[in-house]
Write a protein that binds this ligand. Structure first.
Ligand code: IPE
Ligand code: IPE
Ligand code: MG
Length: 241
């Protein structure tokens, strides 16, 4: 039996700055290499049959970085979208942006909207780009929307108002760059995700590293609160479904 493939992979793409520093390059050169790594990763995920890829590109807290790095990242996003979206679209990738768009400039916001519109008909791989995103922001904006509509707050209604309501929760969360923390990524949605922490810096994260993470995922038993015996007893039934 082939090892289970994660339906949804989420990645904290960390380590661009250190990648650049090791080469005596400006941090932005590391971010530019990070875009290349993301392009390779999207194609590799699609080739393996992964249905959803969610990436953390800019956090609510990243505004605290030096102004030139922040503006460099905004420029890089606009450039990457203009260059990559036609190819992504041809490859059947549907792009979604998740995060607070209100704080973004008009031109960046237009870029996001155009990328979403251009790829709306695609279904091979859903690519969620978390940009100006924070897990706490997501929970709060969802709760505020429910309150505004006078709706009761339940797990289901909150989930439906959140940024990733259009996809199932991530099966596997990967963080590159060696840090073992969540940094305000999918706080709600990662409740039962499997985690893989890779020492690789994001620009160095290649297909072999992706396959290693997927293999680690495939070797795990997801119990969702049940016992191992219950999980084993249920497996033949799950396979028939
Ligand atoms: C992640 O790489 C990309 C963003 C946060 C935008 P970093 O820029 O955090 O790289 P390190 O952690 O400094 O190496
Ligand atoms: C998390 O990385 C955010 C992104 C990858 C976009 P950070 O580099 O910002 O996280 P911390 O500050 O080290 O926790
Ligand atoms: Mg970092």
């Amino acid at each position: 039996m082939p090892a289970a493939l994660p339906h949804h992979i989420a990645i904290v793409m960390d380590g661009n700055g250190r990648w650049a520093r090791k080469r005596f390059l400006p941090r932005l050169a590391g971010h530019a290499q990070g875009v290349e790594a993301l392009r390779r990763c999207v194609r590799a995920c699609a080739a393996r049959g992964v249905q959803v890829l969610t990436v953390f590109a800019f956090s609510s807290e990243n505004w605290s970085r030096p102004a030139d790095e922040v503006s460099g990242l905004m420029g890089l996003l606009a450039k990457a979208l203009a260059r990559e979206v036609p190819d992504l679209s041809r490859d059947g990738v549907r792009v979604h942006f998740v995060g607070d768009r209100a704080a973004l400039s008009d031109s960046v916001r237009r870029g996001l909207e155009q990328a979403e519109q251009l790829t709306v008909g695609n279904s091979r791989l859903v690519l969620n780009i978390c940009f100006n995103y924070g897990g706490r922001w997501d929970i709060v904006q969802a709760a505020a929307r429910l309150a505004e509509r006078g709706q009761a707050i339940t797990e289901a209604s909150l989930h439906a108002a959140m940024g990733l309501a259009h996809v199932p929760d991530p099966d596997l969360v990967i963080r590159t760059g060696g840090e073992m923390r969540i940094s305000n990524f999918l706080l709600w949605q990662a409740a039962y995700s499997e985690f893989v922490f890779s020492e690789r810096l994001w620009p160095d994260f290649d297909e072999a590293a992706l396959d290693e993470a997927i293999a680690s995922y495939g070797a795990r038993e997801r119990r969702f609160g049940r016992t191992s015996e219950q999980v084993c007893a249920q497996q033949p039934e799950a396979l028939q479904a």
